[in-house]
Design a protein around this ligand. Sequence first.
Ligand SMILES: Nc1ncnc2c1ncn2[C@@H]1O[C@H](COP(=O)(O)OP(=O)(O)OP(=O)(O)O)[C@@H](O)[C@H]1O
Length: 381
Amino acid sequence: MAQVRLEKVSKKFEDGQAVVSRFNLEISNGEFLVLVGPSGCGKSTTLRMIAGLEDVSEGRIYIGDRCVNEIPPKDRDIAMVFQNYALYPHMTVYDNMAFGLKLRKISKQEIHERVNRAARILDLENLLKRKPKALSGGQRQRVAMGRAIVRKPAVFLFDEPLSNLDAKMRVEMRKEIIQLHSRVASTMIYVTHDQIEAMTLGDRICVMNQGVIEQVGRPRTIFDYPATLFVAGFIGTPAMNIFRGSIVSEKGLFFDGGTFRIPVPQEQVQLLKAYIGQAVCFGIRPRALNKLNADETADFMLSGKYEISEMIGEEILLHMVSGEHHFVASIHPHQFSETEPAEISFGLDHRFAHFFDAETGRNITLPENIARETLISSTEA
Ligand SMILES: Nc1ncnc2c1ncn2[C@@H]1O[C@H](COP(=O)(O)OP(=O)(O)OP(=O)(O)O)[C@@H](O)[C@H]1O
């Protein structure tokens, strides 16, 4: 078990372009932290620097109290699980798990105990004599995890370990990884571009974009209080609706979206006074739009032309247009009829309204305590 700390860590490859910039992050002992972000944002590079597979261009990485910048991967007390499993095809499951321990000259008895314990944890006991080609993708992934567990590392590093599995298997493996974390209680750092995987696995998630941290926090906090437009668009399916418009003052403060106007919620008025006459983006999640009957109105109301619907099981997504704005409302199937009128109105649950600075993308209405807790500036001096 160990804490991991990255202090102003940057990575530049030969072409000089920084792919990770002044990255500051502390991962507690026993914590499950997920690095999530779009392809190319630098999450694998960050993980590989922690593993020692890439040099650090600037800054320091600590595992426990030890700065590991100059320490080779094998001496960092870490184990890494890769996307492609990297199993030895000619060895049995048992030997695949035992191999690293044999190299470390660990006694036969100890190896036997460790491999059997890992096999019990991962439900591999009946497969120990098989070779990888006789295993399903999920079973191979479990062997790759078993190989990491037997090493009893202080820190587990996972690089998109589930991306080769089908959707059903991914859900099962997610459950197994959560159980694994609660059984071995080690520090785990997990890379994925899949925000659902991040939300379901992480004690905390670190949302990255273009080599910097956008926000770090508990999944629920990040979902409810995205610190930036980027996080608002990246976390949550369907994505948060974003409307570009301006703040106007007219017997109170309003957000003017061109085709609609809504009052600024009372608790946000002070924060938005500085933005009168300026461009802002208003954000609201599809589930915070409540479909109104034809004769109903609401103080916080948004109407639009109904385009198409998508039935996705528990909910129906209505795709709507209002002038140049496109938005999505998520409603319960029983609220939907095949003969919906061309124009539908929604009441907005203003408790879930966010306003973003249109220039910087910063959430203007982020509560102070949330900003303190979740904004780790990766560019601070
Ligand atoms: N050896 C290398 N030399 C030059 N550039 C590299 C090298 N490895 C990675 N990069 C670049 O660094 C950036 C970050 O790559 P990285 O693999 O860390 O992203 P990622 O967020 O993990 O993406 P993905 O989800 O696609 O794996 C990318 O633009 C990539 O092209």
